[in-house]
Design a binder for this molecule. Structure first.
Ligand code: AMP
Length: 374
């Protein structure tokens, strides 16, 4: 066990890294983040920031020497960097699991090979494969780049087979996945933690609403029956086991005709798990610290229904949001990530709204979100 007083590192200095550092610090650990941006969100709260590129050997060696263990806050950390870092200190999750999660072709293949349900898909690396994929999958479909896409970026909807090649060209003919567009009843997610000893524990299932491909609101408990919730937790656990994962992992699901399909896996805490900062006994970030340090998992029990709302850069629109509408709500908990520049679609912060009635939590949260607009 790595005990309080030790130093923990995080590759990446975004908001997830920031909340990891805050959780580690609350438990008495020292923290170091590696990020090229001197003003990054995590750098503002870590004990130390190493400013450097993610492949910079000197920066990696400095991080590895300073820390007892290092984790990641985004999946695009180069696998070579994680392997190099692992020569200096403990690194979790391992580069093998991260490599799978960062590439949609590997990720979907991994799910299929392990008998885990997905929407029908095919890998596309050239025009000939695209034509074959269109024949096999049909339309409407989504063409998604294998790497580098997030929050709906790097995706094209294909309604008509004749437009597929144009869409592929639009994505720079990069390796992609063609996926059938399914009729979504709901979107769900589960954050699961798995220890080095192979014990898993899930946070309560979250119900997510997206807007323009970006998470907008999360509601917990999800409005699903107990059997579907158990099944989502079981599938998330199976994903963690099949990856031999150590750390915190998020699995996103589609509910289609009452059945669960896995959309994506994120090898880190997740935006849809931010509700755990206030609504569960242990937060997903404390859990990340616990898994990294070999401590037992904390209790994931839900203390109150909750709605989480993302605060995107669009809300700034020339002047800051009207915070008073949020701050006047005693059940609302505001988190801002310390980003100086607000851009459309950029995640600037979020708030959690706790209420004994989950529908009321969502209603009030949505109302606050509306009133924040300048
Ligand atoms: P992704 O970046 O793959 O998570 O996609 C972003 C959002 O687009 C998802 O959360 C869904 O709302 C929607 N989406 C993605 N793939 C599909 C699909 N195969 N069928 C229907 N909607 C999808």
């Amino acid at each position: 066990m790595i005990l309080p007083g030790s130093t923990l590192g995080v590759m990446g200095g975004g908001q997830l890294g920031r909340m990891f550092c805050e959780a580690a610090r609350a438990l008495g650990y020292r923290t170091v983040t590696l990020d090229p941006d001197p003003r990054c969100p995590a750098g503002q709260v870590a004990d130390r920031q190493i400013c450097g590129a993610y492949h910079d050997r000197q920066a990696l060696a400095a991080l590895g020497r300073a820390c007892a263990a290092v984790t990641i806050e985004f999946e695009n950390v180069p696998a070579e960097s994680m392997d190099y870092l692992a020569r200096h200190c403990l690194v979790a999750p391992g580069s093998g699991a991260v490599r799978i999660c960062r590439d949609r072709i590997l990720e979907k293949g991994f799910l299929r090979n392990n008998g885990l349900p997905t929407a029908p898909f095919a890998a596309v690396t050239c025009v000939a494969e695209l034509r074959e994929a269109i024949r096999a999958i049909g339309t409407p479909a989504l063409l998604k780049t294998a790497t580098g896409g997030y929050d709906g970026k790097g995706q094209h909807t294909i309604l008509d087979a004749d437009r597929a090649e144009t869409a592929f060209q639009g994505l720079g003919e990069r390796p992609s996945v063609l996926e059938r567009r399914v009729e979504l009843d709901k979107e769900l997610s589960v954050v699961v933690a798995r220890s080095a000893g192979g014990e898993s524990s899930c946070f309560p299932v979250a119900e997510n609403r997206h807007s323009g491909g970006i998470l907008d609101t999360t509601m917990v408990p999800a409005r699903i029956d107990a059997a579907l919730a158990r099944q989502a937790s079981r599938l998330a656990t199976r994903v963690a086991e099949a990856l031999d994962y150590v750390g915190v992992l998020a699995v996103e699901f589609f509910v289609v005709a009452g059945e669960l399909l896995i959309n994506e896996i994120a090898p880190r805490p997740h935006n849809s798990g931010h509700y755990t900062l206030n609504a569960t006994v242990t937060s997903q970030f404390e859990q990340q610290v616990r898994m990294l340090c070999g401590l037992p998992a904390g209790d994931t029990r839900l203390l109150s229904p909750v709605a989480m709302v993302n605060l995107l850069g669009d809300l700034w629109d020339g002047s800051p949001p009207k915070w008073k509408h949020l701050l006047l709500q005693p059940q609302a908990k505001l988190y801002l990530y310390g980003k100086s520049e607000a851009r459309p679609g950029r995640k600037m912060g979020h708030f959690n709204l706790l209420h004994p009635d989950p529908e009321e939590a969502l209603r009030i949260a949505t109302e606050v979100q509306r009133r924040l607009k300048p």
